[in-house]
Design a protein around this ligand. Sequence first.
Ligand code: ARG
Length: 467
Amino acid sequence: MAESNTDTKSSNQMWGGRFASGPDAIMEEINASIGFDKKLFAQDIRGSVAHATMLAHQGIISAEDKDKIVHGLNTILSEIEGGNFEFSRRLEDIHMNIEARLATLIGPAAGRLHTARSRNDQVALDFRLWVKEELEKTERMLTSLIAAFLDRAEEHAESVMPGFTHLQTAQPVTFGHHCMAYVEMFGRDRSRVRHAIEHLDESPIGAAALAGTGYPIDRHMTAKALGFREPTRNSIDTVSDRDFAIEFLSIAAIAGMHLSRLAEEIVIWSTPQFGFVRLSDAFSTGSSIMPQKKNPDAAELVRAKTGRINGSLVALLTIMKGLPLAYSKDMQEDKEQVFDAAESLELAIAAMTGMVRDMTVNTARMKAAAGSGYSTATDLADWLVREAGLPFRDAHHVTGRAVALAESKGCDLAELALSDLQAIHSDITDKVYDVLTVEASVASRKSFGGTAPSEVRKQIAFWRARN
Ligand code: ARG
């Protein structure tokens, strides 16, 4: 950390008119955001080009000044992109770093760029543009993840696995059906992303400090030039609002929660005890001491990144919750939360897409597990309802006795002798064995959205048409 400094330094060249001396070193350090908001350089320059063009079009600045400004801004863009730009903490943030460089490059015309605007609407614009691009990227990434799941679901529409509740074997399902559960989740996440893009698709520039401006600006023109649907409608709200960032974080937190549940399943499935899947070498790591190990580190890190994303959401909600309208400097702390969460989310989706694409599914292990734990007990109960006319509650009781008997004999339901079953209920016939296999069990669950391969294929077709 910088040391405290009470020396009188020259005052800030951008806003220091009424200041006799420069800031204390600690003031400079706590105030500066350039360390992270330099990420917004491209958005800042795009916004300034659109603003200057509009100012000239409206006769607020001359065409010559506008040309100089636009030319200078393009030079700065290549300087930054080429790594030839010196960012200065004394100039606080990306907005003032760029404007100061513009003044060096083109002289006094640079001073006209900030006419009819404030850093308050400028930062709202830059950050919105950044979040919008990030949402669009997230949408594309979710589409690839969904595509990876659709391929696996198609391949495994008939592969039987145990379905769980309470992580206890419940009923047989197909692996394709389980994959499609994630398609539904990530499909909802993607539609949340699309709604968020719609919500934030309004241009903040021209709200100025908070009250709008007396200059005859054209906010519809800048909105159009920057690819927004329309300008925002309330200048106070415009510079106060960070909902768009919080909405991004909420969506990231929900998607992260889905990714983390999947990560947890992969961690469980890839243990030797389960052995349902084997991760590719590309998405696992070894142990430095135990040569036999293959660890699901990527899945574990996806699970952990979700914790980080949740932290960012809570941080920004807490930063914003006590602020009176309009802008307060607290809001400068919005960016690191969003940048960090965006990086975590991108990594998590990409790693998950890779794991899902590459993992080897052990269908034999899944099928063996599907048949254990009396997973077809419900099928026996349903058979008693259907074929013997029992009320479901009674059928449940009869089946419970059959399970207890099988358990005492150490065998599966299908291995009980007919005479044993008939001793429990005399209406049972040998037809019952048809429903006690896992294949028959899944094939029978043809209700809409059910696990029968025919149903799963319908849902795959539904999503293929939408992906
Ligand atoms: N760096 C600031 C931020 O990120 C820019 C806006 C500053 N506005 C102001 N009135 N000081 O929020």
